[in-house]
Structures are given as C-alpha cells and as structure tokens.
Design a protein around this ligand. Structure first.
Ligand SMILES: *Cc1c(COP(=O)(O)O)cnc(C)c1O
Length: 245
C-alpha cells in the first residue's frame, strides 16, 4: 500500500515537472510575441484541491507564486506549505467575515469587488500595522451572480478604495465568462487591458497598476497576448481536479 502510494506520488511529481516546463515555454512564447520578456510575466499556480505535498514539490521546482481560492482550504493547508521562497495569494470569492483569516498570511488578495470588503481588509490590516496589496476584480462579462465589480462601477470603486489606508491597489483581475468563444474571450481580455492602461494613466494616489491578472489553463497565452502579466494556472500544472477526495 505504502509503495503504491509513493510511486503514484512520484509520478505526480514528474507530471508537475513536465507540465511546468510546458507552461513556462508557452508563457515565454506569448511574452515575446507581445513585446515583453518571460520575466515580465508572473505565473501563479492555482492550488485548489491539490495537496500541500504536491504544491511544495512545485515550489521546489521554482514556482514562486501560489493562489488559494477558498479560505477553509487555505486554513487546512497553510501550515504545510513551504513559503520561504513563495508568495501565497488569495484568488477566490471572499466574504467580509472571512477576511480575518487572510490578513498577514497572504501577500495579495486578488478578488476585491466591493467597498465593504476593501474596508474590512483595510481595517484589519491597519490593526496589524500592515498594508495589504489587492487587485480589483472586474465582472468583465456582466454575468449575473458572478463576483467582480461591473465595468461601469470600476472607476468609482478604484477611487473609493484608493482612499483606504490599509490597502494598496496593485492592479486588476478578471475571469471572462466560461462559455465564451475564443474570440469573445480575447475581446474581454482586450477590454480589461484598456481599463488597466487607462487607470494607470490617471496616476491615482495609492493606486499602482502593476498587475493585470487574467488567463487560466485554457487561455493564458491569449491573455498574455492581450496584456496580462499575471496568469493563474491550475489544471495545466496539476492535472484535472478531483473534488471527491
Ligand atoms: C481554479 C482557478 C484558476 C485556475 O483554473 P484552471 O482552469 O485550473 O487553470 C484561476 N483563477 C481562479 C480564481 C481559480 O479559482
């Protein structure tokens, strides 16, 4: 039994190594195509359902950004992660009453879409003498019941949140509609890039448009071509998710 488990794990480790090589090659190719260098693009490994043991192996192979999307899962895995050479970020939908579990633990919260949420992050960060980096998540496809601020409310939210002392806006994040065609998805990415460039040009105090976070396993090269410099990749690194473990 033990032997079987360990050889399965060995195979997983090899798969992750191989996948990481492929993902890095595709990132590099898209970076160069879009007039940048591979180093301009941050690869964040989306870790949901993947064991800390496998993630730590990825970190050993050089993954230096990981992202959790559920607070409970982060709680469960946090102490097992080796974060001495890796940033942990939060990328999922966040309820205000769960913010307390993240402050001081994650280097950035990518999914801020309401003033109320930003205020709580700011309040709890100040209490710990911290400033927490955040991205504003945009509901670029105007999807009902989806996280993210609607594009028509984006500028107002950025202005309001920029005034909060305990947070610093570092950029924008988006997840285009799941059912969109490749062409539609590209258009969403390009729209996001326009917001990103436009807000950057306004040079708002306490707003640094450093990161445009978009692109997942199915479309990260396209996202990079459209201007993304932070991609969140899960399946392409760790294989299909098994939610039944
Ligand atoms: C799971 C997840 C990803 C990665 O999705 P894949 O399709 O597996 O690459 C990216 N962003 C967020 C917010 C996620 O929850």
């Amino acid at each position: 039994m033990t032997e079987k488990l360990s050889s399965d794990l060995e195979q997983r480790f090899l798969d992750v190594e191989e996948n990481l090589k492929t993902v890095r090659e595709r990132i590099a190719e898209a970076a160069v195509k879009s007039g940048r260098t591979p180093r301009d693009i941050t690869l964040l490994a989306a870790t949901k359902t993947v064991s800390a043991q496998v993630i730590n192996h990825g970190i050993e192979l050089g993954i230096d950004h990981i992202g959790e999307n559920r607070v409970q899962e982060l709680e469960d895995k946090f102490d097992s992660y080796d974060l001495s050479h890796c940033e942990l970020q939060f990328i999922g939908h966040l309820q205000t009453n769960k913010v307390k579990y993240l402050i001081g633990r994650v280097s950035m919260i990518q999914s801020v879409d309401q003033e109320k949420l930003a205020k709580e992050i700011s309040r709890l960060s100040e209490k710990q003498n911290l400033t927490t980096d955040i991205l504003i998540e945009v509901n670029i496809g105007h999807e009902p019941n989806k996280s993210g601020v609607l594009p028509q409310n984006l500028y107002e939210l950025v202005e309001t949140v920029s005034l909060l002392p305990g947070v610093r806006i570092r950029g924008l994040m988006a997840i285009p509609p799941a059912g969109a065609s490749e062409k539609e998805t590209m258009n969403y990415f390009l729209q996001m890039n326009q917001y990103f460039v436009d807000i950057k040009s306004k040079k708002i105090d306490n707003v640094a448009m450093d990161f445009l976070s978009m692109g997942m396993s199915a479309d990260y090269p396209q996202a990079i071509l459209a201007g993304a410099n932070l991609v969140r990749v899960g399946t392409a690194l760790f294989g299909p998710r098994n939610y039944n473990r």
